[in-house]
Design a protein around this ligand. Structure first.
Ligand code: COA
Ligand code: ZN
Length: 306
């Protein structure tokens, strides 16, 4: 069975767009619950400016209080040198650096041109060398809500610049749910041919209902690492109309159904997903949590007497 490695980003990508501050205790409890589900990685928080992402202003406290389970990696999103200093002090297992392939999205999200992001992130990679592995998440790889089409060659060009700096992996993000399966297949094939053994993760949003189709297309093209968010929460605050990540439990349920091994305990994951509406105060998009597993059987309904 082919192994798929799953990273849950609910407490970072999932929470960052929520309007009501989620208490630190609640974040810590959810991460501790996710730690027991068999996930490969958990993106705990981000070390961004509190003005930009007020929801994650408690990043240090969350990192300090979670119970780390051996075998699970605790990664954090880092946009600049200041963020990297904070992440290193918090003993993150990995720094997940971020920049956009589209210039306009980078300016909106990170308030700097791409070249400035690249030079900051190059400095971070040097700072982290020998201390902690670095992954780079490239946003808007499949389209930008402001620039439209993002040329395939641009994705390859930026991926190449980071690969040359010796990063441990790249995450190819569909930040605003613009990717479609044919595009995903092409991107996955090109990047796999170009970067050989460099681990590639694909990160999809279900904004236009194509999220799980994109996961399948990527998996069939040999991608074995995915990001997802419990309940399908999430979205980028700087992308108009952006909505949730693919739901981790729906994606894992599908991957297991078609024969991949994710190592995830679905019952535990669903128990965590079931509590999520209480945490955020509203319904969440995930579907399997509402319908149950395909392997759950229900008692036959008796025909009604009238
Ligand atoms: N952590 C904490 N504070 C930070 C910081 C970080 N990583 N980076 C900058 N700051 C602080 C500065 O110290 C400064 O504080 P001050 O006003 O008290 O002096 C303030 O934020 C502004 O600093 P500046 O360098 O001018 O940053 P900016 O306002 O241009 O914003 C980013 C740049 C990258 C910090 C900000 O846009 C950001 O955090 N973006 C993250 C967006 C994000 O996570 N989006 C979703 C993920 S895709
Ligand atoms: Zn995202």
């Amino acid at each position: 069975m082919t192994r798929i490695y799953f990273n849950d980003v609910v407490t970072r990508d999932g929470f960052q767009i929520e309007p009501e501050f989620i208490p630190t205790d609640t974040k810590v409890a959810l991460i501790d619950e996710l730690s027991l589900c068999g996930l490969t990685k958990i993106e705990v928080t981000s070390f961004t400016s509190a003005k930009a992402i007020p929801m994650l202003r408690d990043a240090e406290e969350v990192m300090g209080r979670i119970r780390r389970v051996p075998g699970v990696e605790y990664t954090v999103l880092v946009p600049n040198v200041r963020g990297a200093e904070r992440a290193l002090e918090s003993h993150a297992d990995e720094l997940n650096l971020v920049m956009s392939i589209s210039e306009m999205h980078n300016l909106a999200n990170l308030r700097m041109p791409r070249e400035k992001s690249f030079s900051e992130l190059r400095e971070v990679i040097a700072m982290a060398a020998g201390k902690v592995p670095v992954n780079v998440s490239l946003s808007t790889c499949f389209g930008c809500p402001m620039e439209g089409n993002v040329p395939h060659e641009e994705v390859v060009r930026w991926a190449e610049r980071f690969a040359k700096l010796g990063v441990r992996g790249l995450t190819i993000c569909d930040t605003t749910g613009m990717a479609h399966p044919a595009q995903v297949t092409r991107t996955a094939q090109t990047l796999r041919e170009r970067f050989g053994a460099l681990p590639l993760t694909f990160h999809f949003h279900n904004t236009r209902g194509m999220g799980l189709a994109n996961v399948m297309a990527a998996a069939q093209a040999g991608i074995d690492r995915f990001d997802g968010s419990l309940g399908g929460l999430g979205g980028c605050p700087y992308a108009p109309g952006a909505s949730g990540n693919i739901s981790s439990e729906d994606a894992i349920h599908m991957l297991e159904a078609v024969g991949y091994d994710t190592g995830v305990d679905m019952h535990r994951l669903l128990a965590a997903a079931r509590r999520l509406p209480q945490v955020v105060g509203h319904d969440v998009p995930g579907q399997v949590v509402k319908a149950g597993l395909t392997t759950d059987l229900y008692p036959r309904q008796r025909p009604s007497s009238n």
